[in-house]
Design a protein around this ligand. Structure first.
Ligand SMILES: Cc1cc2nc3c(=O)[nH]c(=O)nc-3n(C[C@H](O)[C@H](O)[C@H](O)COP(=O)(O)O)c2cc1C
Length: 178
């Protein structure tokens, strides 16, 4: 699939086929694409927890407070991304530059995962709304949880039109300036 088709095809899927499980080789492919993602000082400060079956159901429930994200009940897989420690170079760079590169690195790794999944005809939805403590308990970990991704085959094949700000609101680039 060419890059622009992949970008067009990737969308937040909120309607999964609960009866279609995900081939292990496809998830391994997505994780290999994650492994190749760039990160500040090559620190790779993330860990992907792949949850299926009962664990996926529990994680899904932990994304549903206040009526949010009910669709995750039908996702056969929930991926939790926890934050791992920086390496020393990234830690020093972050301190000196007053930037948190870990959140950036996790975002980049997450979109690598989602695009690879799209290539394999899987649907994904990144979820920033979740109960961190509850997920830490489910996984038995203390690390910060930064993002959850629901994964499964979409029930519908049609791709929605993307709703985005116009380019002028996102950049000062203009052809006239050249
Ligand atoms: C960091 C992050 C957190 C998000 N959290 C949620 C969420 O909790 N629930 C949800 O339904 N969508 C969530 N989304 C999906 C966005 O709503 C979606 O990406 C945006 O509306 C653009 O639509 P598209 O992904 O279909 O192109 C999140 C996306 C990102 C990047």
């Amino acid at each position: 699939m060419d890059f622009s088709s992949l970008i067009e095809k990737r969308e937040s899927t909120r309607n999964y086929d609960p009866n279609r499980s995900i081939p292990k080789k496809d998830i391994l492919y997505c994780l290999e694409v994650v492994r190749l993602a760039p990160s500040a000082s090559n620190a790779q400060p993330f860990f992907f927890h792949i949850c299926e079956g009962e664990k996926a159901k529990k994680v899904a429930k932990a994304t549903q407070s206040l009526g949010m994200n009910r669709f995750t009940d039908h996702a056969p897989m929930m991926v939790v991304i926890s934050e791992a420690s920086y390496n020393i170079t990234a830690a020093v760079g972050a301190r000196v530059r007053d930037q948190d590169y870990r959140a950036l690195d996790i975002g980049i790794a997450a979109i690598h995962f989602c695009l690879a999944a799209t290539e394999k005809n899987l649907g994904t939805c990144m979820l920033g709304w979740f109960d961190e403590k509850r997920i830490q308990n489910i996984l038995g970990i203390k690390e910060r949880i930064r993002l959850v991704i629901s994964v499964g085959y979409p029930k519908e094949e049609t791709i929605r039109k993307k709703s985005r700000k116009p380019l002028e609101k996102l950049t000062d680039f203009s052809v006239e300036k050249r």
